[in-house]
Write a protein of this length. Structure first.
Length: 172
């Protein structure tokens, strides 16, 4: 009789812990399937006055060969409205996951950031193609030159520069 009670106690013990382990395994599987341990980070773009950056996107475009295209949505306020003195993008550098000195020096048109309106500045670089993958994180900066509106009357206004820092996740 005593042996049966020990056997029954052992069976109940194993059954109880078996159910607990099964429930715990189910919870862990659900958490991993919901990507709670690797959430998608938002795309962020930071700049200083008078240049404003509202959005950034790095996408892989093209047919068989995927070409990365970086797009920044920027605007300016208080910058010169003369065509020769509009805020202009000089250089866009992707720092991560690319660690070498490859830059995109000639953005696609428009090269000028129009005052008081959103302007898309796009840049494609074939040198980035084999180094980037979808869903990888990226970061970098764009160096923007601009002239202040108050200096429009000067014969040669002073050029100012600001860096726009950006980061995000590479999209398809």
């Amino acid at each position: 009789m005593k042996m049966q009670k020990r056997g029954q106690a052992a069976t109940e013990f194993l059954t109880t812990y078996g159910w607990a382990i099964l429930i715990l395994a189910a919870v862990v599987i659900v958490i991993f399937n919901l990507n709670l341990f690797s959430p998608k980070a938002p795309n962020v773009c930071n700049s200083a006055n008078p240049i404003f950056c509202s959005d950034v996107r790095l996408s892989m475009t093209g047919g068989e060969r995927l070409d990365p295209k970086l797009s920044l949505i920027m605007s300016s306020s208080g910058t010169s409205t003369k065509q020769a003195y509009l805020a202009k993008v000089i250089q866009i550098k992707l720092e991560s996951p690319i660690s070498d000195d490859q830059t995109c020096n000639s953005p696609l048109f428009p090269k000028f950031i129009q005052p008081n309106q959103n302007t898309e500045i796009s840049c494609e670089s074939n040198s980035w193609a084999n180094k980037l993958k979808e869903n990888d994180r990226f970061s970098g900066y764009a160096t923007v030159s601009y002239y202040l509106q108050e200096t429009d009357s000067l014969p040669t206004p002073l050029e100012h520069k600001v860096k726009v820092y950006f980061s995000g996740t590479i999209e398809a």
